[in-house]
Design a protein around this ligand. Structure first.
Ligand code: GDP
Ligand code: ZN
Ligand code: ZN
Length: 593
């Protein structure tokens, strides 16, 4: 395979830690079951396996009903009450969009023609003399253009004269009760055709089997498309007679929630109603809903009109909803989006392990409490799953004293201080891994003592005594020697094997049998390079470096720490004595990174 493709054809996966625990196993399964139940429930109840599409629709309405209205008309200067019957053409008006309008009340100004006449008296139109009026002035509120004259409107009321449709419209309140109060008995038939183009599905709200003489009722007849206007208002908690006086806007909502799957097909409209205008009529500035229109005619060749201010109810029909159909891609997307929830168990259990290990155990607040028992277990799990990595800084080094159970991490510039005097930060000593030792069958086998040669240990203790006089001040074991390094670097090697005075580590059996044993070190070198041939020049330095490494691994446990471990001066010099360099200076510790 070409070199370029090596990177391409590889796969990375995570290494996991399996915690054999009944408690955590149970928690995991409980969380998984809850997540699975929720995901399945949501899938089925919200039909999340469907592709949903918004509805497209058209609406057509027909209002029916007749009402008798008592009207006051002025005939030959006399007021007269006449009965008039209003049918559909009288009270409905064509509107744009999905709306229809039903007139409920009106104010009529009959027989208007173009001419000059006084304005209707209001606070703004009253005047005392011509000076109060302005020729050509046109108030947006007024009905005409002022001529500049102040004339009598009625008795002693004078208003500015205008050129307008005369007589001008009276500023009257809408009649109470509403003239077409019984419009609440009108019915409206709503025809609604809908389409889901993406699903290629069309339907309508009036199906052939519907009884066309029905009237809508929320519970008894929820599918009937014929609505009594009074019922609509009752549904929203409004009083039709009150709304009829000033008019209003009412929304008729048609909601289509269609399931187009063949196995559970369902596509019926749901009707609901909502008052859309400002209900608080007394507070709002322009309450209700009204507009003006005029009927024009000619009388004796003069163009005349009847102006009508119409109050009524506008019904807005709002059609919305969705149609859903099973879609494989949608199902896959949903399953994919829920997979992450199964990670909740891991997040939750990790949180338990993390919070109930470090926080409680390391603080030692509750020394022998029950909580701490489980904390100890959690601490163990935590250590197993967590591999701390310290930033390999130039200043990082580890120190181990034979009279301390922990290791110290020093991460600072020594600046002339001996390494022995720096406190550092305590880190737990990694548990000893004895598996490596078993690979050294030779290590614990004593070489046959050469007759006549004294035991090495004895020799060593003699050496200790003979040297004890000239040890540096920081040495606690009596075997350390001053560093050979230049002035600035010297403090790094000013380190003893002990914190407090006592026996030196080089007198211990493992040091003798492992670090100083030529046969063992040689075997270790061969273990690394099976066919290694050591020439006279390199033998000692290879063995020496191997001994350093061997010591670091022995005393610091993990290779991560061993790389930054500083050997005590006594060990360093004992090793150098055993495997000396023929000439020149020893270079000492170099940071590996
Ligand atoms: P050299 O043989 O003349 O270079 O001098 P040394 O006998 O001091 O050996 C130098 C090698 O041993 C370098 O690779 C150093 O990193 C390593 N070494 C020396 N001292 C220490 C030490 O205190 N700790 C560790 N981990 N390695 C050391
Ligand atoms: Zn010492
Ligand atoms: Zn020592």
């Amino acid at each position: 395979m070409p070199a370029c493709c090596d990177d391409l054809f590889q796969y990375e996966t995570n290494k996991v830690t399996r915690v054999q625990s009944v408690n955590y196993g149970t928690i995991k399964w409980i969380i998984h079951v809850i997540v699975f139940s929720y995901v399945s429930f949501a899938l089925v109840s919200d039909k999340l396996y469907q592709r949903k599409e918004p509805v497209i629709s058209s609406v057509h309405t027909k209002v029916k009903g007749v009402v008798e209205v008592k009207e006051e008309v002025v005939e030959n200067g006399k007021k007269k009450v006449v009965q008039r019957v209003f049918d559909t053409a009288d009270y409905t008006f064509p509107l744009q969009g999905n709306s229809f309008f039903v007139m409920t009340n009106f104010l009529q100004t009959e027989g208007q023609e173009q001419g000059l006449c006084p304005q209707y008296p209001t606070r703004w139109t009253l005047c005392a003399s011509d000076r109060g009026c302005k020729k050509g002035w046109m108030d947006p509120q007024s009905k005409g253009i002022q001529t500049g004259r102040c004339i009598v409107f009625k008795e002693n009321q004078k208003t500015c004269e205008v050129s307008a449709w005369c007589p001008t419209e009276a500023m009257e309140e809408a009649p109470r009760p509403a003239l077409l109060n019984s419009a609440e008995n009108f019915t409206v038939l709503i025809k609604n055709n809908i389409d889901f183009p993406g699903h290629n599905y069309t339907t309508r709200n009036i199906l052939p089997d519907i009884n066309i003489t029905c009237t809508f009722h929320k519970t008894q007849n929820p599918l009937c498309p014929i609505f009594r206007l009074g019922d609509i208002f009752r549904e929203t908690g409004d009083n039709f007679s009150e709304v009829a006086i000033q008019g209003g806007i009412m929304g008729i909502e048609i909601y289509w929630d269609c399931n187009l799957d063949s196995w559970s097909h369902h596509c019926h409209p749901k009707y609901s109603f909502r008052r859309l205008d400002d209900k608080t009529t007394n507070e709002s500035l322009y309450p209700g809903y009204n507009f003006r229109y005029a009927k024009y005619y000619k009388e004796y060749g003069i163009e005349k009109r009847t102006l009508i201010k119409v109050f009524g109810i506008r019904f807005d029909i709002l059609v919305f909803g969705t149609g859903g159909k099973f879609d494989f891609i949608q199902l896959i997307v949903y399953i994919g989006s829920t997979l992450s929830y199964f990670g909740l168990a891991t997040v939750f259990i990790d949180l338990l392990i993390n919070t109930y290990s470090s926080a409680c155990c390391r603080s030692h607040v509750y020394p022998r409490c029950r909580c701490c028992e489980s904390c100890a277990v959690n601490e163990y799990y935590y250590r197993k799953k967590c591999e701390p990595v310290v930033e390999p800084k130039m200043t990082l080094k580890y120190v181990s004293f034979v009279d301390e159970s922990h290791i110290r991490m020093v991460d600072e510039q020594l600046l002339g201080r001996s390494l022995q005097d720096v406190k550092g930060e305590k880190v737990p000593r990694p548990l000893m891994d004895f598996t490596d030792l078993t690979r050294l069958p030779l290590s614990l086998e004593d070489p046959a003592p050469i007759p006549g040669q004294p035991e090495q240990i004895q020799l060593l203790s003699e050496e200790v005594i003979s040297r004890s006089g000239s040890t540096p001040g920081w040495c606690q074991c009596g075997n350390c020697l001053p560093s050979q390094l230049p002035e600035g670097l010297r403090c790094l090697e000013e380190l003893c094997c002990r914190r407090k005075p006592g026996a030196c580590i080089i007198t211990s059996e493992p040091f003798q049998k492992l670090i100083l044993a030529r046969r063992v070190l040689h075997f270790l070198l061969l273990y690394q390079e099976p066919l290694l041939v050591l020439d006279a020049d390199s033998t000692n330095s290879r063995l020496r470096h191997c001994a350093y490494r061997c010591y670091a691994t022995w005393r610091f446990g993990s290779p991560d720490l061993a790389d930054f471990a500083i050997l005590p001066s006594c060990c360093r010099w004992r090793i150098r004595k055993e495997f000396p360099k023929s000439r020149g200076q020893y270079s000492g510790f170099k940071s590996p990174y």
